[in-house]
Ligand binder design. Structure first.
Ligand SMILES: C[S@@+](CC[C@H](N)C(=O)[O-])C[C@H]1O[C@@H](n2cnc3c(N)ncnc32)[C@H](O)[C@@H]1O
Length: 109
């Protein structure tokens, strides 16, 4: 996306290792990209700060943290859908790439 002209990109991951590695990897080729160590369940951005939110693998990581990813515990589903609701309220568009997206969006509606 950055290479296609979208230079106002903010990235989050709760792993400090991931964030430091990504900062280092992209600092010269993509200098305006921001990297924040942050839990998606506790975003500290302002409401409506973003036009689009894109999830690639984070919901999958959360869903697969307990038991069977294809049959996650109800509490895990609830936690994830609560997070999605929070993200949608704060952001204008939400895109999620996950084989579980039906489950996520059905629970959210
Ligand atoms: C499958 S990796 C995907 C990483 C990256 N989005 C990509 O596409 O290369 C899942 C990532 O989700 C992060 N993650 C898991 N739970 C998270 C949470 N609650 N908040 C923020 N990041 C989380 C992990 O640290 C891991 O880097």
């Amino acid at each position: 996306m950055y290479n296609d002209g979208f230079h106002n990109i903010v990235n989050v991951d709760y792993s400090s290792v991931v964030i430091e590695q990504m900062k280092e990897r992209h600092k010269e080729a993509r200098p305006s990209m921001e990297w924040h160590e942050m839990d998606v369940r506790q975003l500290t951005f302002e409401d409506s700060e973003f036009d689009v939110a894109i999830d690639k693998g984070t919901m999958d990581a959360i869903m697969s943290s307990e038991g069977d990813v294809w049959n996650p515990p109800e509490q895990t589903v609830y936690d994830c859908t609560r997070e999605v609701s929070e993200a949608v309220r704060k952001m204008a568009e939400y895109s999620c790439t996950s084989p579980l997206d039906n489950l996520i969006f059905e629970e959210d509606s």
